[in-house]
Design a protein around this ligand. Structure first.
Ligand code: ZN
Length: 463
């Protein structure tokens, strides 16, 4: 069964949802003749359809004869359940996290089957008067949980729907349940932040100010047409930084150099640095990175012992050469952004990232005998950070997001393996394969910590 949609009439059939619902209603030119819809009836039910079309009002007879004709469009009442945290002002000082609560709103009946996922999400936002503040992504997110009376899993275990394919799966299920007349769509205000309508976030949520610890993840694909002046400013600083710290020795093209050590200016680092400059962070300039940006273990060896005075940044720029480079880097920069359709958290340039850059609490790799024993409450974070360093395909931001999400669910490094791979993939937004690697890594990591803890407790009488 093909899972991908088709774009021409010559391709094999898509899913039943596409063939029966989507194409006839949204792309009639692609609909197979046997599924082609009769002209849509006027919304108020008055007026007859074209010759050969069917009666307009929904009768029981029609509803039972799907094979013979296309029934009038089913409509559904959408109930949108918004979860949010109660204002912390009313909470006692003991309460670490404000209590979660929810608000429920139901709207008018809507023709769900001819609506796109984004259109449904817009309606959901509208019910809570949030539509002017947030914009669903047409690729993924914001995540919603969809259920209906009698749905498998019910409301509490409703499946999460993030993209069109997941939406289509749910719509197919609803389509098959002919008695369903209403659906419940649950969504969480905490997860909406990346979808806030805000110029910088439209380009790249990582540039957005971190508006609170509750912001965890989301997906937003930047659109080139939404680049604001601020975004371009960051882009320009990034290019300048890469030029300033150009490195001919290493493949990444630019390294921050301190003494004889090179710290690769990968796109995460350079973005944070640029954002700090744009945000006028104290002590940060083209020559001085944010103090916590580079850690000793980020350093890579310089192969060449340079003559004195050549280890610093390059100050001269060759005119034509740098113009060509700038173009290349600009396009590389944009294309790297455009490829970023994975979940990326907003990151503030102004606040030091306590999660993964604090030198005091971030030993490199799995704990070795010389490194201090991690505090138990830090283990999950340290383990994941070590995993992130071992797995360069996962960005530090993604690690931070995963740590936050896992901590919220009270996972610890040694209990990760009790959760299923799929569940962990859902929580962390890692690919399933990466989750498997993580589980393997965490097991070894925890083993080393346990070993060390045991050794310390026998060698010292204090603990
Ligand atoms: Zn270098």
């Amino acid at each position: 069964m093909p899972r991908d949609t088709r774009y021409t009439n010559n391709e094999p059939d898509g899913t039943p949802f596409q063939e029966l619902i989507m194409f006839p209603t949204l792309a009639p030119q692609l609909a197979r003749p046997q599924h082609a819809a009769p002209p849509r009836a006027p919304p108020n039910g008055a007026g007859a359809a074209a010759p050969g079309a069917l009666p307009v009002a929904g009768t029981a007879e029609e509803n039972n004869n799907l094979s013979d004709f296309t029934p009038p469009e089913r409509t559904f009442f959408i109930t949108a359940i918004l979860s949010f945290r109660e204002s912390s002002a009313s909470q006692g000082s003991k309460a670490k996290q404000p209590k979660k609560t929810s608000a429920t709103k139901t709207g008018p009946a809507l023709p769900l089957f001819s609506m796109t996922r984004c259109a449904v999400l817009q309606e959901v936002l509208k019910l809570h008067d949030l539509h002017q503040h947030y914009q669903p992504s047409n690729v993924s997110g914001f995540p919603v949980e969809i259920s209906w009376p009698g749905s498998p899993g019910g409301k509490t275990n409703a499946p999460t729907v993030r993209d069109d394919q997941e939406f289509e799966t749910i719509m197919t299920q609803i389509y098959e349940k002919r008695t369903v007349k209403s659906i419940l769509v649950g969504f969480d205000l905490d997860l909406l932040e990346p979808f806030r309508i805000r110029s910088a976030v439209a380009l790249d949520p990582r540039l957005a100010p971190w508006s609170g610890p509750e912001v965890r993840f989301g997906t937003h694909v930047p659109r080139p047409d939404s680049f604001s002046g601020e975004d371009q400013l960051h882009g320009a600083i990034i290019m300048d930084l890469r030029e300033e710290w150009k490195c001919d020795e290493h493949d990444n093209g630019a390294c921050y150099k301190k003494e004889d050590e090179h710290f690769p200016l990968n796109r995460w680092k350079v973005k944070h640095w640029a954002a700090a400059i744009a945000g006028s962070q104290a002590g940060v300039s083209m020559r001085d990175p944010p103090p916590t940006l580079f850690r000793p273990d980020d350093a890579i060896r310089s192969r060449v012992i340079r003559p004195r005075g050549r280890t610093g940044p390059r100050h001269q720029r060759a005119g034509s050469d740098s113009a060509v480079e700038a173009g290349t880097m600009m396009s590389a920069f944009f294309s790297s952004l455009l490829q970023n359709n994975v979940a990326i958290p907003p990151v503030t340039p102004r606040r030091p990232k306590k999660h993964y850059l604090s030198p005091a609490s971030s030993p490199a790799g799995p704990p070795e005998s010389s490194s201090p024993l991690p505090a138990q409450e830090d283990e999950l974070r340290l383990c994941l950070e070590a995993f992130g360093r071992a797995k360069p395909s996962i960005s530090p931001e993604e690690i931070t997001v995963a740590v936050t999400a896992l901590s919220e669910k009270h996972y610890t490094a040694d209990t990760l393996s009790f959760a299923g791979v799929q569940r962990l993939a859902e929580v962390t937004h890692f690919a399933e394969g990466d989750v498997c690697s993580l589980l393997k890594f965490a097991k070894e990591w925890v083993g080393k910590v346990e070993h060390k803890r045991a050794r310390l407790s026998t060698s010292s009488h204090r603990f």
